[in-house]
Design a protein around this ligand. Structure first.
Ligand code: HEM
Length: 249
């Protein structure tokens, strides 16, 4: 009995120490906040518009470009290597394909992003340079999110925007992942294999909350842009000339 109790406690402690469990726990509340943003609510209600989706794709392009560049550059770092799955997870080419579908061949000149997206990218660059191990928190937030709720959002988006095929929705498709549930299990076990000092572990958990916060700020900024800038104008602005919402308006 005593032995059973002891091994149970050990098992619980081991679970409690798993980064994947800790990160899920500390981000639970902010995940709910992210779900409740106006943009995510539009998706969930089946009311996402083409304008919302196109604008979201622009920001996702910038975010994944930065995240994936930093992941590539640090792919041999002992903290990053276990969760480096470019073949299965990389989103940049898929987003580029979607952007070309919606904006045409000169899509690169039509990308518009709000200040929050720039801030998110700035943080990713900083982490990539100064603390590459914290890229785990950012990769977790985006990729595991895309493989979870993101899968539902993709199906809803297709219906909401009346898209006939899956064209324009490559972002949601992971052809290299045949079973998302199993893949997420593997990803979690790889996260748990990363060796961290106590200080790094705490920093990682903080960074995960920050990653969600940065996403929420992007969603909120995108909604503001949609309210204040006519779509025609959005389509003609270029990334280079748009750094803040103020300039956009
Ligand atoms: C997990 C739904 C938005 C990040 C999940 C899961 C659901 C879900 C149902 C659990 C899947 C499972 O246990 O296998 C949603 C819905 C959203 C949304 C409906 C919006 C309407 C977001 C956003 C982010 C995000 C905006 C981050 C930017 C995550 C992450 C996980 C997750 C990282 C994995 C949690 C873990 O297993 O550790 N989401 N989500 N989600 N979601 Fe979301």
């Amino acid at each position: 009995m005593e032995q059973e109790k002891k091994s149970q406690t050990t098992a619980e402690q081991m679970t409690d120490r798993d980064l994947s469990e800790q990160i899920k726990k500390v981000t639970m509340e902010i995940h709910t906040r992210a779900e409740k943003t106006e943009l995510m609510m539009s998706f969930m209600r089946g009311q996402v518009t083409l304008a919302q989706y196109k604008l979201l794709l622009c920001s996702l392009y910038e975010v994944y470009q930065t995240l994936e560049e930093e992941m590539d550059r640090n792919s041999n770092h002992p903290g990053v290597a276990p969760i480096y799955f470019p073949t299965e997870l990389a989103r940049l080419d898929a987003i580029a394909k979607d952007l070309e579908y919606f904006y045409g061949r000169d899509w690169r000149e039509k990308i518009v992003v709000p200040a929050a997206t720039k801030r998110y990218c700035h943080r990713l660059r900083q982490i990539g340079k100064e603390n590459p191990v914290f890229l785990v928190a950012h990769a977790y937030t985006r990729y595991l999110g895309d493989l979870s709720g993101g899968q539902v959002l993709g199906r809803i988006a297709q219906k909401s925007m009346g898209l006939k095929s899956s064209e324009g929705l490559s972002f949601f498709a992971f052809p290299g992942v045949s079973n998302p549930t199993l893949f997420k299990q593997l990803y979690r076990s790889r996260m748990n294999s990363v060796e961290l000092t106590e200080e790094e572990r705490n920093g990682m958990l903080e960074e995960a909350v920050r990653a969600f916060e940065l996403n929420i700020q992007v969603f909120d900024d995108l909604q503001k842009m949609l309210l204040t800038v006519p779509e025609q104008k959005l389509q003609t602005c270029s990334t280079q000339s748009v750094n803040t919402l103020q300039i956009l308006i």
